[in-house]
Design a protein around this ligand. Structure first.
Ligand SMILES: [Zn+2]
Length: 128
């Protein structure tokens, strides 16, 4: 029961964070779309966890905190917000990099997951 409430609380916080982030069209009016391609790795013998592509549209929330796929991870995730802000500021189209999760497992910070990302930003004409 407690777990279920935790889950609801987490979802509620996430919803608030998304609303706070605002829409992509408001935050970055020059951007017509962003494609995030991520490969998730975790610390194990078979490190490749999954591949994921996220399409962000002007009508989407400008929220780029990608969740850590390790269920027991607390306060983790991969925050691409700053990289995306920088990319758009420099008017770059493609940026690649990697990031490690800073979350905790059993209250201990440990190396447990990372992603390799490729961010594609599409710019359009400002329609307003
Ligand atoms: Zn994590």
């Amino acid at each position: 029961m407690a777990q279920r409430q935790d889950y609801i609380k987490k979802m509620e916080l996430k919803k608030q964070a998304r609303l706070k982030a605002g829409l992509l069209s408001d935050k970055y009016p020059s951007v017509s779309g962003i494609v995030l391609q991520m490969t998730y790795y975790h610390n194990s013998e078979n490190p490749l966890l999954m591949e994921r592509t996220v399409n962000v549209f002007p009508s989407s929330y400008a929220y780029f905190l990608m969740e850590c796929m390790i269920k027991t991870c607390e306060e983790g995730g991969f925050d691409l917000s700053r990289i995306i802000a920088k990319t758009i500021k420099q008017k770059k189209k493609v940026v690649r990099g990697e990031m490690a999760c800073k979350g905790k497992i059993d209250n201990t910070a440990r190396d447990h997951a990372s992603i390799i990302y490729k961010i594609n930003v599409k710019y359009g004409r400002r329609v307003k």
